[in-house]
Design a protein around this ligand. Structure first.
Ligand code: NAP
Ligand code: MG
Length: 495
């Protein structure tokens, strides 16, 4: 059932945001009393004044998490308790589907229909997946000498700091929290400044689900203060981070200059979508190519932002993708007809506009190319297709994190592979071909954590997600994510 804009607005009008930090099971104001507005990019309206935490709140949250961890209330709770609690949280997320979808849509500008159909149900599904892992993933008894037995257990590590970006506010938080909690850790979550509201509501829902006090804490605030304080904190055992490569590098420095805590990084991308002339269905491939870059306004780490097309079809294919770009209606994220909403804020829109300018100077704008003002907000950008750029041009090399696609032609398979791998990133890639052998050959050679064949951006709870090279090295999702939040402990018994 499709809702009208007015119906979504009704949900929005009924929302009451949580704005304080959540520490030790309670909402608390920071010692400084400072707040920071969180803004709706679609309107420029201040949604709420949110606590601006500092090192004192990070200390308090880490202390609460540590105390909860040591008490064993969660870390040594029965597997039935952990599983049931996380399943209840998943149910509560679904019970609050409208509210959570509207919250993220307001806070960062994504289409409410996407948040409602994908982000929120996806978050619940991932929680369910990890809840179910609690009583199914166990340890090992490896072979040892006669008269000996060794138990290898996966033990929780302690206090996990999760630092997340704004592009999928609820979902990125869940990708981190779900496996960390399932494994028995306690968590301090720092949401992005631009989008703290759903994380604060999530903390409240977790308490309602029965998660004991201190097991999940949420500390909103700036990266340079709260993020850094978490990265350097002597009592944080693990940092799990999703965000830019630049900030990922900071976290490695923080760990190196403090306690050698484990750091898991899922960073940026500049993912290639490689289309061969032998593709089965050119129209379908064009449809997916457009979706692969324009979904979520292009604010997707694995966005297919480089379109590599075999020369004999490059003109026709570029035209097909450009036609789709022009058909996308850019508008208010509550507008059911809109195919793209605003970017997260003015700063990000300025950044994307810079790349639009470069694209026009250094290449050809095939579709879009402009910043738009809609209903008084100038955070909108047209879906843009650029061609004629050199492989060294900035719009081809840099992660734009906006709806901007760069098209490059190639002649043959080796050139396609070389171009695709010519990036400091290695998060995701797509290949379109009607040849099974070619699909395997090319997929094998692409330096990417996930290669999607005849689709884009394939991912799900059961498969690992993360990158190679400067896209980082952590893996979210799948049972492998549990490895990040557990240590292997051997107990050797001579009998
Ligand atoms: P970002 O600037 O790197 O920020 C990510 C998080 O780090 C935010 O919570 C941010 O806090 C915090 N932070 C910023 N500076 C910090 C510092 N000096 N020390 C500690 N923490 C700091 O990234 P973003 O702009 O929010 O998100 C876009 C980036 O995320 C893109 O590069 C995208 O590719 C990447 N991403 C990757 C994945 C993946 O799974 N690989 C998924 C989604 C997004 P503030 O709130 O203050 O900025
Ligand atoms: Mg906001």
């Amino acid at each position: 059932m499709q809702r009208t804009r007015a119906q979504w607005q009704d949900v929005a009008d009924g929302l009451e945001f949580r704005t304080q930090a959540f520490i030790g099971g309670r909402f608390v104001s920071p010692a400084s009393g400072r707040t920071r507005p969180t803004v709706a990019p679609a309107s420029g309206q201040v949604l709420a004044e949110v606590s601006e935490c500092g090192p004192a709140e990070v200390d308090a949250a880490v202390l609460a998490a540590r105390a909860a961890f040591e008490s064993g209330v969660w870390s040594r709770a029965g597997v039935d308790v952990r599983k049931a609690t996380l399943l209840r949280l998943a149910e509560l997320i679904l019970a609050n589907l409208d509210e959570l979808a509207v919250t993220d849509s307001l806070d960062m500008g994504k289409l409410v229909t996407d948040a409602h159909a994908i982000d929120v149900p996806g978050s619940a599904a991932i929680l369910q997946f990890y809840a179910e892992s609690v009583d199914k993933v166990g340890g090992e008894i490896p072979p040892t000498a006669p008269g000996n037995v060794a138990l290898v257990q996966r033990v929780p590590l302690g206090v996990v700091a999760a630092v997340v970006p704004w592009n999928y506010p609820l979902e990125m938080a869940i990708w981190k929290i779900a496996p960390a909690l399932a494994a028995g850790n306690c968590v301090v979550l720092k949401p992005a400044e631009q989008s703290p509201l759903s994380a604060l509501r999530l903390a409240e829902l977790a308490a309602e689900a029965g998660l004991p006090d201190g097991v999940l804490n949420v500390v909103p605030g700036a990266g340079e203060t709260v993020g850094r304080a978490l990265g350097e904190h002597p009592d944080v055992d693990v940092v799990t981070f999703t965000g830019s490569t630049e900030v990922g590098k900071h976290f490695l420095r923080y760990a190196g200059s403090s306690t050698l805590k484990q750091v898991w990084l899922e960073c940026g991308g500049k993912s290639p979508n490689v289309v061969f002339a032998d593709v089965d269905d050119l129209d379908e491939a064009a449809e997916y190519a457009a979706r692969g870059i324009f979904f979520n306004q292009g604010e997707v780490c694995s966005a297919n932002s480089r379109l590599l097309v075999q020369r004999e079809i490059v003109e026709e294919f570029t035209r097909a993708v450009a036609d789709r770009a022009r058909q996308i209606r850019v508008g208010h994220p509550f507008d059911p007809e809109a195919g793209m909403g605003p970017l997260v804020d003015r700063q990000q829109t300025d950044r994307v506009e810079h790349f639009l300018r470069l694209g026009a100077e250094q290449g050809v704008v095939v579709a879009g190319g402009h910043r738009l003002t809609i209903e008084g907000s100038d955070c909108y950008v047209e879906p843009t297709v650029l061609a004629g750029l050199s492989p060294d041009a900035e719009p081809v090399r840099e992660e734009i994190f906006g709806p901007v696609l760069a098209v490059l032609p190639f002649d043959d398979e080796p050139e396609a592979i070389a171009l695709a791998n010519d990036s400091r990133y290695g998060l995701a890639a797509s290949v379109w071909t009607g040849s099974l052998s070619r699909a395997h050959r090319v997929a094998e050679r692409l330096q990417a954590g996930t290669v999607s064949v005849n689709t884009v951006d394939a991912l799900g709870p059961t498969t690992p997600f993360g990158g190679f090279k400067q896209s980082g090295f952590g893996r979210d999702l799948s049972l492998h994510a549990l490895d990040k939040f557990t240590g292997l402990k051997t107990t050797w018994i001579r009998y």
